[in-house]
Write a protein that binds this ligand. Structure first.
Ligand code: AMP
Length: 286
């Protein structure tokens, strides 16, 4: 496995890899868990070459957020990537990605005015900008993203379409702990009590999904029930609980078939998000 810190280096490695066929790309912020590894395995299964990036992008963190504290363990990440059959890792320093304060940013409108876009101003601008840079650097044929970050996935799909990046976006279902908690690098912030409390997110999402699948069409009532169930957990500080139509993240209408149920809450220092999708008329597992 090649490990590259420089843009010029990863570009030349990708040029070599491309000789054996299309290249898949998995962008990450590192501190790997089974969610990241599932993305890599899925990429490996579908493509002859897999490139992973590890970069904690300062642009997508707000001033009061956890950029400095975000967990990092490059040595362990490289070992896990190697064991998963990754061909190359791009792990640039901050100065390699941003040698100067940038003048150019990518803003994806509308889709970023809801959910995390409301509570984390500038977050998706940071994500869209760094992902655009990474796509330009690696120039992959496909990129793999987790359904765990459902809004990010829609933002990136739209970015790729609007700016003609010409690559396939592959979504991978959320990987969960045995008790349903979505895997996240931020779960390490949780105390044992908060860790137990955090299971309320997926539990309440499932209750809401079952209600809709059971025929409940009063989505505001379902949304209120979802919010109330999370708010009732003493260790949870609810940020939002929303039901929106996919893929545009607009308020749902009776005719919408694909719904996103998304929640965000704080448990101590950890801000956690989770979501499920519901296809009306059919059960989906995410
Ligand atoms: P991150 O390192 O948190 O930026 O995540 C890198 C990629 O892994 C993103 O596409 C995430 O959506 C995806 N990811 C993170 N956690 C999970 C999970 N539990 N299941 C599936 N994908 C995940």
């Amino acid at each position: 496995m090649r490990v590259c810190e420089k843009v010029a280096e990863i570009r030349s490695v990708v040029r070599e890899l491309r000789r054996s066929g299309p290249v898949a790309f998995v962008p990450t912020m590192g501190f790997f868990h089974e969610g990241h590894l599932t993305l890599m395995r899925e990429a490996r299964r579908r493509f002859p070459s897999v490139v992973v990036s590890i970069f904690v992008n300062p642009l997508q963190f707000g001033p009061a957020e956890d950029f400095a504290a975000y967990p990092r363990d490059l040595e362990r990440d490289l070992r896990l990537a190697r064991e998963t059959g990754v061909d190359a890792v791009f792990a640039p320093a901050r100065t390699e990605m941003y040698p100067e304060r940038p003048c150019t940013f990518v803003d994806v409108e509308r889709l970023t005015g809801v959910l995390c876009g409301r509570t984390r101003p500038g977050h998706f601008r940071g994500v869209a900008t760094v992902v655009s840079k990474l796509f330009n650097i690696v120039q992959p044929d496909a990129a793999f993203f987790g359904q765990k970050d459902a809004q990010q996935l829609q933002v990136i799909r739209r970015l790729v379409e609007d700016l003609n990046f010409g690559l396939e976006i592959v979504a991978v279902p959320t990987v969960r702990e045995a008790d349903g908690l979505a895997m996240s690098s931020r779960n390490m912030y949780l105390s044992p009590g908060e860790r137990r409390a955090a299971t309320v997110l997926y539990r309440s999402l499932q209750v809401a999904r079952e209600a809709i699948l059971g025929g409940e069409r009063d989505l505001s009532a379902v949304r209120e029930g979802l919010a109330a169930q999370i708010a009732a957990e003493p260790l949870a500080q609810l940020e939002y609980a929303e039901i929106l139509a996919l893929p545009d993240l607009t308020p749902p209408h009776a005719t919408d078939k694909e719904l996103l149920l998304a929640v965000a809450a704080r448990f101590g220092r950890a801000r956690l998000i989770d979501n499920v999708t519901v296809t009306i008329g059919e059960k989906t597992e995410t």
